[in-house]
Design a binder for this molecule. Structure first.
Ligand SMILES: [Zn+2]
Ligand SMILES: [Zn+2]
Length: 136
């Protein structure tokens, strides 16, 4: 947990969707196929408990797998959130944050699904899928 008390704010590209979140976790790079298809590459995302996030505006929650949905601004299409009902947190894409001061990048997840056209060279920890409990 980066900063227990800080409230983070953010918005989509056009500003129609905004959010605030507290107790935001640090940032992970996710190399899974879902993120590759949605963005063309991997994503950077932090997370917060569902009850600690307040979202304003019209979000399109699209089923991206049997278990998960991706949340996009209904007006500009910005990919902002990733949600799986069985998990207590919602992932918030780092690019949506107005300010990431205090958030650290922890490493790479789902590297088993990474594209073979790029290499990970930053030396941060890598995990085949989700990191083990306690690492986040
Ligand atoms: Zn928008
Ligand atoms: Zn992913």
């Amino acid at each position: 947990m980066a900063t227990e008390s800080k409230i983070y704010h953010g918005h989509c590209y056009c500003g129609a969707v905004s959010f605030s979140a507290k107790d935001v976790s640090d940032i992970w790079y996710c190399h899974c196929k879902q993120c590759q298809h949605l963005t063309g590459l991997y994503i950077a995302a932090a997370g917060a408990k569902r009850e600690d996030i307040t979202i304003k505006g019209d979000v399109n929650w699209l089923p991206i797998s049997e278990k998960s949905t991706s949340g996009h601004c209904a007006a500009c299409g910005s990919y902002m959130f990733w949600n799986e009902a069985a998990r207590p947190t919602i992932s918030i894409l780092a690019g949506s944050f107005a300010d990431t001061n205090g958030l650290e990048v922890k490493g790479h997840i789902f590297v088993a699904e990474k594209g073979d056209y790029y290499e990970i060279t930053d030396g941060l920890p890598q995990f085949a899928a989700f990191p083990p409990n306690g690492t986040r």
